[in-house]
Design a protein around this ligand. Structure first.
Ligand code: GDP
Ligand code: ZN
Length: 292
């Protein structure tokens, strides 16, 4: 049979088949010998339990991607959640966006607690117009969620953002009515944060899954070459050809077309200033990449 790994703890996997039945499967020695660790989000071939005999995994189907932190496979989307309260950390937002691009995962941004912003969070989102999806919502008032639901449909996504922005509240708001009524999942989301270190897929219905990752805040990215870091800014790329120097990193170089775009108000200044802060960090990390 074919299925999707929802959860894996200590070599015991919960595998959901196409009909929605969840099977308990073990990973046999073959996986360990081949040094392949089945991950949450993996599509697998498995042998379901037969009488007294345990179910077990037979094969992992080819992955689209595999993240190390959160440990999960076949992720379609990194959904970054920001909010007016607590004090938003936009540097974290830019870091997450950059990491997502470098890992080949699409990223989108939502502004939660929109009722607490005088402008409903629109100004903050306008800095990120280049993203495939942005929207302002309120998990508490269950407002603005429909476009988000539509965008998420059929995707497996990871929620990221500062603690307290409302990630758990959002997950609860996105749960299908039936699941919310039983209370089981909502409770699990509320508790989940601190009771387990393992990622788990939450079934939001309609083929949409959220990776529930306790304590996760930043993706685990490798040190990056500064030029590769710049390449994670798709909103900057239209200007590269206009710079005086080929390979301009848009830092202090003269004749920089990107800086002109910032002066002209085409690129939000804050996004550019944060880019330079992160670029300095990246340069430092890159310089030290071989140090102990
Ligand atoms: P997490 O740490 O990102 O998972 O955040 P939580 O979901 O635990 O929410 C943190 C706090 O923000 C809680 O007190 C929530 O009730 C509150 N909260 C969540 N969403 C909203 C919202 O849309 N509006 C307001 N005003 N508060 C919210
Ligand atoms: Zn430049």
């Amino acid at each position: 049979m074919r299925g999707l790994i929802l959860k894996g703890v200590g070599g015991v996997y919960s595998v959901r088949d196409d009909e929605g039945t969840v099977h308990t499967c073990f990973a046999r020695g073959r996986f360990r010998r081949q040094k392949i660790k089945p991950l949450v989000g993996d599509f697998v071939e498995f042998q379901p339990q037969r009488g007294e005999e345990d179910g077990y995994l037979l094969e992992i189907l080819p992955r689209r991607n595999a993240l190390r932190r959160p440990l999960a496979a076949n992720i379609d989307l990194l959904l970054i959640v920001m909010a007016p309260v607590p004090e938003p950390d936009w540097l974290l937002c830019d870091k997450l966006l950059s990491d997502a691009v470098s890992m080949g995962v699409e990223a989108a941004l939502i502004m939660n607690k929109r009722e607490l912003s005088p402008d409903g969070g629109e100004a903050a989102l306008s800095v990120y117009r280049h993203l495939p999806f942005t929207c302002a919502v309120s998990a508490k008032e269950r407002a603005g969620l429909e476009p988000l639901r539509e965008f998420l449909a059929g995707k497996t996504f990871v929620l990221a953002g500062q603690s307290g922005v409302g990630k758990s509240s959002l997950l609860n708001a996105l749960l299908p009515e039936a699941a919310r009524e039983t209370g089981g999942l909502s409770e699990k989301i509320a508790r989940g944060k601190n009771t387990t270190r393992h990622s788990e897929l939450l079934d939001l219905g309609g083929g949409t899954y959220a990776v529930d990752t306790p304590g996760f805040s930043l993706l685990d990215a490798e040190p990056m070459e500064p030029a590769a870091f710049l390449a994670t800014y798709p909103d900057f790329s239209p200007y590269a050809d206009g710079c005086r120097f080929a390979g301009c990193l848009h830092d202090k170089e003269s004749g920089c077309a990107l800086r002109e775009a910032v002066e002209a108000g085409e690129i939000p200044r804050e996004r550019y200033e944060r880019y330079r802060i992160l670029l300095a960090e990246i340069r430092e990390l890159w310089r030290r990449r071989y140090d102990g």
